[in-house]
Ligand binder design. Structure first.
Ligand code: PHE
Length: 455
């Protein structure tokens, strides 16, 4: 049995919050959120996104926390404890698989952040023109050696933290990196919003344009909410299996949700004012971070080259930090499973995850170059994994987790977890159960049907 009552715990409540927030805050906030916002009507998208966070994201996060802490097991083991001998275990397996797949392609982009940090530090962007940046990115991402090399470096860094364990690795690294991330992001926001002409970017971000809202926007917002909060694959349930008995689950979920949303909006406050200030279109797609932005930074601060330099370095360090605390959490989902359920030592388990994930990651890395023509359902390998996980596996996982919590799990367990066995007041319990039972499954189901073109 995977459960283990004397498993390690996070050492402190703040450590638990920072670790979970570290998982949530990642490339999703800085890479995906701004371009989803750009594509879907600015503030109108943000409002719908907030609705998804409050009505679906936070309740499902609390469910994952309850499942993890109650079972004190990895995400697949959790269903063995809570629903032995039932097919619910499949939800756990799907989560482990999703964690593995996301880690494999996510670490490719994470590797790019290292290349760009390196370029920023060695002043490699100075004096380039717009075409130069495009060329640089295309050449770099298509170069089989360079992108694979950086991906491997990122994977090894993640591996090291996992080897150091839950307290000394995951918790400690979050306690160091998250405050650094907060400081960097605040400094960058202040620099960006004080640029001349920044107000147009602010208006874009803060004035809703509802004419762009359609079903697609809802799907985009929901997918983004799940991805950004690391929901639907048991990542936060794995972390919650290391929470102490006195951790307030609803409060922790609220803190993680608020931090994650603030960072996403602040990323927008860095990117849009700077982009509008130099007249660059913000809906430039995923290349926004790696082609548009280095150029924007040079143009915006070009009069004072030192400022352009510092701003770029800080921005790419920020990206790398954000990605790092997230890859650690994905690795832990899979490592905890391999260790506890397949009975390998933690060290061996971590090695297997690192090696196999790196091998799969190579395919994603090469899909920007030599394997660009290898298509699955018309998508490159990288895009296929991204779509499969964020548009299908995570929302499906989220839906099943809410059905499990609302319909299957003993109400007493949910109550005990939310109230810490009666010691906390939870006035919203009935509403919570209603969301788990009806609202979340139906809302996610409808958005799914819509995507398939059935509804
Ligand atoms: N939430 C992370 C981000 O925003 C990505 C992630 C997804 C991390 C799933 C863990 C699990 O980048």
């Amino acid at each position: 049995m995977a459960t283990n009552q004397d498993r390690v715990n996070f050492g402190s409540k703040i450590g638990a919050i920072l670790a979970a927030a570290g998982s949530a805050v990642g490339l999703g906030n800085i890479w995906r959120f701004p371009y989803e916002t750009g594509n879907h009507g600015g503030a109108a998208f943000i409002l719908i996104y907030l609705l998804c966070i409050v009505l679906l994201g936070l309740p499902i996060m609390i469910a994952e926390f309850s499942i993890g802490r109650h079972s004190r097991a990895n995400t697949a083991g959790a269903y063995n404890v809570l629903a032995p001998g039932t097919p619910w275990r499949g939800v756990g397996y799907m989560g482990v698989l999703a964690g593995f797949l996301i880690l494999s392609y996510y670490s490719v982009v994470a590797g790019w952040t290292l290349e760009y940090t390196w370029q920023a530090i060695s002043n490699g962007f100075a004096g380039m023109n717009a075409e130069g940046y495009t060329q640089f990115f295309t050449n770099f991402s298509a170069n089989p050696w360079r992108s694979v090399l950086w991906m491997v470096v990122f994977m090894v860094m993640t591996h090291m933290v996992i080897l150091m364990g839950v307290k000394k690795g995951i918790e400690k690294s979050a306690k160091i990196m998250m405050p650094m991330l907060f400081i960097l992001i605040i400094v960058l926001v202040v620099c960006s919003v004080t640029l001349p002409g920044a107000d147009k970017g602010l208006a874009f971000l803060l004035k809703p344009d509802f004419s762009k809202v359609n079903a697609d926007v809802f799907l985009g917002a929901m997918g983004q909410a799940f991805f950004s909060l690391s929901l639907g694959l048991g990542c936060l349930s794995t972390y919650a299996s290391y929470f102490g008995k006195d951790t307030n689950l609803s409060k922790t979920a609220l803190s993680v949700g608020v931090i994650d949303t603030m960072v996403a909006i602040m990323a927008g406050l860095i990117i849009f004012p700077a982009a509008f200030s130099v007249g660059v279109s913000p809906d430039a797609g995923p290349s926004l971070l790696f082609i548009t932005l280095p150029n924007v930074f040079q143009m915006a601060f070009g009069d004072v080259p030192f400022l352009a330099y510092i701003f770029s370095v800080m921005f790419y360090v920020l990206l790398a930090l954000a990605a790092f605390t997230s890859t650690i959490s994905m690795h832990e989902v899979v490592t905890a499973f391999v260790h506890e359920d397949w009975k390998f030592s933690r060290k061996k388990a971590a090695w297997y995850v690192t090696i196999f994930c790196t091998l799969l990651g190579v395919l994603s890395a090469l899909s920007f170059g030599v394997l660009a023509d290898m298509k699955i359902f018309g998508l490159t390998f990288f895009d296929f994994l991204d779509t499969l996980t964020s548009k299908v596996m995570l929302p499906l996982g989220g839906m099943l987790i809410s059905i499990f919590t609302g319909w299957y799990l003993d109400r007493r367990i949910v109550w005990d977890e939310l109230t810490n066995e009666g010691s906390l007041k939870v006035p919203f319990f009935k509403v919570y159960i209603f969301i788990m039972k009806y609202l979340a499954p139906v809302a996610i189901g409808l958005i799914f049907l819509n995507e398939l073109g059935i509804w």
